[in-house]
Write a protein that binds this ligand. Structure first.
Ligand SMILES: [Zn+2]
Length: 290
């Protein structure tokens, strides 16, 4: 994959690399905390309550850089991921405006090192990239991309781009009310049924990632090269639940699949890429998935 036009804007980007956990309570410490305690005492307030209040309004990303040597780690991957993120947002803004007559609200990209916090709870690099609907942010420890290459064998730029576009796909699902609809069923249906819904949600995000590839080419943002599709397919295969479960347990357990099989993920990604038509992505009413 080659860039024809890369948008390097850092709007809607939170760089937490080298910032430790980025915990809320890491935001105020040392001298800042002491000053707050003194002010609280002067005002006759409970100083601990005062510190808590300040902490609760200071977002995690303002936490100090705790490991400066890692603040610019994977800079090249950051530039690439940000480029895909911006490209996906530009594509979706256009589709929302022209096809859905709806305005598109951009998510935020958060890069972190090792662990961080989100409105959906704490996260370590081990969970892989994810999207949190509660804060509409997508979280990526860029070291995941090294793992994608070495452990999962998914080499090539389109493989990495697919991962980012998939997370933006979840944001599109959030804006369209699809994630909220699926969440309404949580706790009211069996685990097996819930897993089926989750699989459909994931496959649709794969489809939406494919739709991005289609339009990013049309809109002269990227140029695919020979081997790119295979590279992306190897990524969808690598992160398919059956592959992950086979690797970790030696066999597959279909009922606990939450992302779909490698074949299903490949099918939907490719369908999105070939059609570029959001009308073709109704994984929820696909007879093959019931
Ligand atoms: Zn997903």
């Amino acid at each position: 994959m080659k860039w024809i036009n890369r948008n390097d804007s850092e709007a809607n980007f939170e760089d937490r690399r080298g910032r430790g956990r980025g915990r809320k309570n890491a935001a105020v410490g040392g001298a800042g905390a002491i000053i707050i305690v003194i002010i609280a005492l002067l005002l006759g307030q409970n100083p601990f309550q005062a510190v808590d209040m300040v902490n609760s309004v200071v977002p995690g990303q303002s936490a100090e850089v705790t490991d400066p040597s890692r603040a610019n780690e994977n800079e090249e991957l950051k530039v690439f991921t940000l480029g895909v993120f911006n490209s996906a947002n530009d594509v979706w803004s256009e589709i929302f405006r022209t096809q859905l007559q709806q305005s598109y609200v951009k998510p935020t990209l958060v890069t972190f090192t090792d662990e961080t916090v989100s409105e959906c709870g704490g996260a370590t690099a081990a969970v892989g990239p994810f999207y949190c609907p509660a804060d509409q942010k997508m979280y990526i420890d860029l070291n995941f991309f090294h793992q994608l290459k070495s452990e999962f064998g998914a080499k090539g730029d389109l493989a990495m781009a697919y991962v980012t576009a998939h997370e933006v796909g979840h944001h599109v699902q959030k804006l369209l009310g699809i994630i909220d609809q699926v969440n309404q069923y949580r706790g009211r249906i069996s685990e097996t049924e819930q897993n089926k819904l989750n699989v459909k949600l994931e496959l649709q995000a794969d489809f939406l990632a494919g739709v991005w590839v289609h339009h990013a080419q049309k809109m002269n943002m990227i140029l695919l090269e020979p081997g790119d599709l295979e590279s992306a397919i190897s990524a969808t295969t690598a992160v398919g639940d059956d592959t992950i479960q086979k690797r970790s347990m030696g066999y597959s357990v279909p009922d606990s699949f939450t992302h779909g099989t490698a074949a299903q993920r490949t099918y939907w990604f490719r369908k999105g890429m070939q059609t570029g038509d959001i009308g073709q992505g109704d994984t929820f009413n696909d007879p093959g998935l019931n």
